[in-house]
Design a protein around this ligand. Structure first.
Ligand SMILES: [Zn+2]
Length: 340
């Protein structure tokens, strides 16, 4: 019912930084991109793909990872209103730390000062306000170690200095590859709408099942064995036992949200970490597992604990999934009526 704050290896320091610099995380999920934005992105990926030899799925994954970071840190990663790419490179990194001209666009002098800014658009300027220059500059940095998967992962790590970033980008690339398009959107309510269930807003409720700490999620009560479905397009990140969550599964989506389903009675057997799932796909069944050694069941009434966490780069924050659940339930009900 009450998963812990999931921490990276950089743990405590990251936590201090996050509290100190970023304040309270934003809770809204991003609106889906408009068709013309998607079209512009596709053109951008194609052009940078020609320049770098990188597959568009990888470029899209880098771009999307950067976009999720910019959304999580709008103050420290301001994006231009007209930006097509989500890439953000701080001025000093772009021009070089010792470069007296932070707005330098001259590729030769930027290189001299060891900045990473490059010209990807062919106008001989390395312009931090240009989408192709931005995405190309990141791609070029990442490619310094080579383009086969292992080298590429090292390049990602060297650039981001963060194993989580590497994992995200490889996950996103797999999703783009699986579905073959850059706009992958759609959600589902976690239980079949024709099953018997009930839920209410329990965010921050201290009287959650078995815990003293605030309740980070929504409990959806239903009979043992009711199917639990993925709410999103995503990748299975974790599957197994956790002392509080019991049999639990964690799924990462392209908005860099981690969807957490706990207290299951069992999993869909064929699913394993790294598998791609779709909204509405059955991933397990409602149960009452948890609060003890593996297999412990029945210490509370059966329900699905559903939590959503936003990856902010080094730490993840839970936010209240109740409004999302209400929206998905309503949307699905509407579409069922239409298709009847
Ligand atoms: Zn719960």
């Amino acid at each position: 019912m009450r998963p812990r704050l999931r921490r990276s290896i950089n743990g405590v320091l990251a936590l201090i930084l996050a509290f100190g610099l970023c304040g309270i995380p934003s809770v809204a999920t991003a609106a889906p991109a408009q068709p013309d934005q998607i079209k512009k992105r596709v053109q951008l990926y194609d052009r940078v793909s020609v320049l770098t030899g990188l597959d568009w799925t990888v470029l899209a994954a880098i771009d999307q990872y950067e976009r999720t970071m910019s959304r999580a840190h709008p103050k420290t990663r301001p994006l231009r209103e007209t930006a097509v790419t989500g890439v953000y490179i701080p001025p000093t990194e772009w021009s070089g730390v010792l470069n007296p001209d932070e707005g330098d666009t001259e590729p030769a002098s930027i290189r001299f000062f060891q900045g990473i800014g490059r010209d990807g658009s062919g106008d001989r300027l390395a312009d931090r306000n240009q989408d192709e220059d931005l995405l190309f500059s990141v791609a070029a940095e990442v490619l310094r170690y080579g383009s086969v998967r292992e080298d590429f992962a090292i390049g990602l790590w060297e650039y981001y200095q963060n194993t989580r970033a590497v994992q995200r980008i490889l996950q996103f690339a797999k999703l783009y590859k699986t579905f073959g398009k850059p706009d992958i959107t759609g959600n589902a309510f976690p239980l079949p709408l024709n099953s018997v269930y009930s839920f209410r807003s329990t965010w921050g409720n201290s009287r959650s099942w078995g815990g003293y700490r605030i309740h980070e999620g929504t409990d959806i009560f239903a009979e043992q064995g009711v199917p639990v479905r993925s709410t999103c397009y995503g990748i299975v990140e974790i599957k197994g036992w956790n002392r509080y969550g019991g049999w639990r599964i964690g799924i990462r989506d392209l908005n860099n949200l981690y969807h957490y389903y706990a207290h299951l009675s069992g999993f869909e057997k064929t699913l394993k970490a790294g598998d791609v799932v779709r909204p509405g796909q059955v991933i397990g069944w409602v149960g009452s597992s948890g609060y003890g050694r593996p297999g412990t069941q029945g210490k509370f009434p059966p329900h699905l604990h559903y939590g959503v966490y936003r990856d902010r780069g080094l730490v993840e924050w839970a936010f209240d999934p109740y409004p999302l659940l209400k929206r998905w339930e309503r949307d699905e009900r509407k579409s069922l009526k239409v298709h009847r």
